[in-house]
Design a binder for this molecule. Sequence first.
Ligand code: HMG
Ligand code: MG
Length: 283
Amino acid sequence: MSDFVEIFEVGPRDGLQNEKRMIPVAEKIALIDCLSKGGFRRIEVASFVSPKWVPQMADGAQVLAGIDRAEGVSYAALTPNLRGYEGARAARVDEVAIFASASEGFSKANLNATIAESLERFTPVVEAARRDGMPVRGYVSCVTDCPFDGPVAPGSVATVVAAMQALGCYEVSLGDTIGRGTPEGVDAMLATVLEEMEAAKLAGHFHDTAGRALDNVDVALGRGLRVFDAAVGGLGGCPYAPGAAGNVATEAVMGHLEAAGFVTGLDAAVIAKAAQMAREMRG
Ligand code: HMG
Ligand code: MG
């Protein structure tokens, strides 16, 4: 098993989507331009979702038009439907992400659809992406707990992961959306999910509400996962997941991984600067 672990930076999207203050495009661009120098392979920078649902992400096209794209960095955006996909493609993203939930309560709250309806809605998105040669990542939210339905059975997560894989997602990110997952719960979930999709195609996406995110990263490392989503400065939360705190901080995951002997390829000075910018952007 390689000792390289990739941190997928989601701060400009998952981090900023929940901020109360409408953050000017220029501030978002400055943060992304700083992150682009940090050594990331992938940075999620926008969502092409309904502006009525997530007003903070309404400026995705302007953000993508304004950034200085670094060579070797893939700039990603969330696309919940074909309209979002077309917007993301026009803005010249390098990859898109579709996002489903393992629980019906969150699916309804976040996408106004049942799980089955959301998967149906993703079909034309992945078909268009395939025609365009656009890579599609998948998210599955509420992999241990749902803010509406409570604990989520590992089998429900595995079913949605399998569906995302069947749709053609090159990687599926497992979201502890409200940060309530315990190491035991995450481990049990992974044991079941790994029957459907190999560790090399899975990512961990831990919010840090209960301070267990790094323990959950360790459990996932033990299960063979080598990609973790994180947000610089620990920004974030989901507007449709009451109680969701920030994503685990990029700088914390980086420090934790490197102390354990893993290589992240990130530049600590750049990450520290970006984390400072992110904290200043907070409302
Ligand atoms: P809906 O209200 O059922 O859909 O929402 P609709 O088709 O009736 O559209 C409503 C309005 O939005 C219409 O405008 C559409 O035109 C417009 P109106 O006619 O009323 O003026 N619209 C759009 N506008 C721009 N771009 C689009 C788009 N689509 C429709 N793509 C919908 C359904 C899926 C659109 C909505 O529920 C939505 O946008 N949801 C996204 C919510 C979201 O972004 N949540 C946060 C990201 S998920 C997350 O954070 C979790 C994650 O981090 C992992 C984890 O932590 O677990 C990924
Ligand atoms: Mg998230």
